[in-house]
Design a protein around this ligand. Structure first.
Ligand code: ZN
Length: 138
């Protein structure tokens, strides 16, 4: 198991469209919008060089992002690290006693993602990302 880099920073927002304005219009960054039907999320992915900022809008008022905003307001939600093999990474973390709150499942942009409990990562909700489609391009 190896992590390469910070893949993206996830931000909980009330409106992905509204939140992407500063990045698109002022900072002149490219923004890719995507709807994750199974997770009921609208995602605006801001491309910042090799990294990205993921703006997350919940389409479900009882969803995790909605609940997060209700409790803490808009803001930083998680940090995502790219790993080489997500299944092995999750297996290894479990063996070390870390709590996985979301098993590997499809994420934005054809990735596979899993989440580690923030209480086990010093207050950071940690997302692991494996990008299968881009593996050949590195
Ligand atoms: Zn994310």
């Amino acid at each position: 198991m190896k992590a390469f880099k910070i893949d993206h920073i996830g931000v909980a927002v009330k409106s992905a469209e509204e939140a992407s304005k500063i990045f698109k219009d002022v900072l002149n960054l490219e923004v890719e919008e995507e709807v994750l039907e199974d997770r009921k999320l609208k995602v605006a992915m801001v491309m910042v060089g090799d990294s990205r900022v993921e703006l997350l809008e919940d389409m479900d008022e009882n969803g995790t992002i909605s609940k997060f905003i209700e409790k803490r307001g808009e803001g930083l939600h998680h940090m995502a690290l790219e790993v080489d093999d997500i299944y092995k990474s999750v297996e290894r973390l479990k063996a070390e006693g870390y709590r996985i709150i979301s098993e590997p499942a499809p994420g934005a942009g054809g990735t596979i993602v899993a989440f580690v409990h923030p209480k086990d990562v010093h207050g950071i909700l940690l997302e692991l990302v494996e990008r299968r489609q881009n593996n050949g391009q590195k």
